[in-house]
Design a protein around this ligand. Sequence first.
Ligand code: GRF
Length: 203
Amino acid sequence: ARLVVLVSGSGSNLQALLDACADPGYGAEVVAVGADRGDIEGLARAERSGVPTFVLRVADAASREQWDDDLARTVGDHHPDLVVLAGFMKLVGPAFLAAHGGRTVNTHPALSPSFPGMQGPADALDYGVKVTGCTLFVVDAGVDTGPIVAQAAVPVEPDDDVASLHERIKVAERAMLVEAVGRMAREGFAVEGRKVRLGPPSR
Ligand code: GRF
């Protein structure tokens, strides 16, 4: 399966996918990495692996709609079977969803439907939950609301701050992402209402 991965930051989730894809048995390859900003470690990781990269900044587009359109088209140029948002800090819009909805997944550092949005680890800490985690979901028009592919639970320790909790979540997140994306690539998947079913399309 052909993966296009979109990043905005350190790209540790991307790296986990690049490492997994080095094994031909994994069943997927990262064919391009895109970002909404330059000068990030995520792009450097792609370049070190010889994967083509592109950068599309919202500020360089005539409008947010134009950016969304450009993103949809550029991702489409790489003919992905699966688009993975791995720490991509922008909401994709209607044009992107029209082109790639149903085959775009995002990873979120909380157990959906709890704590959607940019501050999953901080919100979990503030709330005082004892267990949080991470969620891989199929992207829809909402914020972290799409059908759930996989989740993993992570304990909140008494001495945690946001950084220590987020680091513990990210360890689980990378393992979850590699496992779930590999299964989606090898087995296929279908979105059926709120459920994501792994396996070949039923007829
Ligand atoms: C991940 O925890 C992701 O869920 C969150 O930001 C982090 C990205 O980490 N939105 P990285 O860039 O993959 O290292």
